[in-house]
Design a binder for this molecule. Sequence first.
Ligand SMILES: Nc1ncnc2c1ncn2[C@@H]1O[C@H](COP(=O)(O)OP(=O)(O)O)[C@@H](O)[C@H]1O
Ligand SMILES: [Mg+2]
Length: 360
Amino acid sequence: MRAEDAPIVIGSAGRRLYLIDWFRTAIETLGLNSRIIIAENDPTSAASSYGDEMRLLPPYTDPSYADELLRLVDEFEPRLLLSANDYELMHLHVDTNIAIGLRGRGIVVPGVSPAWQKGCADKLHMSRMLDDIGVRTPRTVTGSELDRLLDTAASSDEFVVKHRFGSRSSGLALVTANRLEEAVISSAKTVRRRADCTDVLDEVIVQPRAPGREYGVDIVSSLVDEGVLSGVFARRKLRMRAGETDKAVTVDPELFRDVAGKIARAAEMSGLIDLDIFLDDAGTASVIDINPRFGGGYPFVHLAGADVPLYYLSQIFGLRIDDTWRDYEYGVVAAKYQETRVTARGQRSNDSARSAVNVA
Ligand SMILES: Nc1ncnc2c1ncn2[C@@H]1O[C@H](COP(=O)(O)OP(=O)(O)O)[C@@H](O)[C@H]1O
Ligand SMILES: [Mg+2]
């Protein structure tokens, strides 16, 4: 096998089949013979049968996860290992030395430094990390420190309540100052408690509502020279659904470039990360959330012309491409829709129609 035909592994793609499609297109564009190996936990997920080969991995919480992943790596000797799942990324980069070990074997594992990976999961910690590098972010307190926000608040001021370790808008509420306490208690009821949590109110955070409009911004760093920014892509969110951008319009990323450069450097980032940013009337950017992976907003800029999978492959295989991978058209509106595919046949159906009849 030629070195440039080594396979790539895409982990936990789940519903994001477009990523597999776009990596496949990039492989063809570059004239490679790489295969796409899918690593999934669920053998009948939409992505499982959508690559060239699939290997089942146990849940990342299972003690055999690392061994199984290493077995996969020994079998395929891939050049790239991507994961689209925040918990799996935490496990690879923070809870274990797996990412470091893989990198030591010459496998590219995009991501941010362990400290930033941890910060991306903890919205309180993230606000402090952003403050420290001079990136504006809403003032953030926990649910047990409301006085610190309310002391200076007018009764009409609006606040956002959300889970400190949340995702997909978990525990989210928008309320005025007089309803804040009640909203924090209500949000705390649905918190997923961590083992070392002592006060459940510390698992909820409160921020002033950021002024302006919300954007999703993908920023991309070199995969071989970490922290060096190579692309910025932005879209204004037009509609959200189940915590994901459902409709958006692409925009000029210029106003986000400064913030992007600071985060890329500080986070020692390689590859793509996804930011939620509010832009006020004066054009000042305030970052409210970071997802250190391909997020649900990437399709909006890809469909407008960006090609990050092409950039990834050109970098990991040392192939020259021109800069057009980062060009995209502004003003392109796109909306998500749903699709369904068969992922297994011949399954025993004793848990389906008959049991439904029995229950009835
Ligand atoms: N401080 C804030 N001001 C205004 N809107 C906010 C604020 N925080 C969160 N939101 C809204 O809630 C959504 C989810 O919050 P976010 O911090 O991105 O958490 P998640 O990890 O669930 O995506 C955001 O996309 C935004 O629309
Ligand atoms: Mg978000």
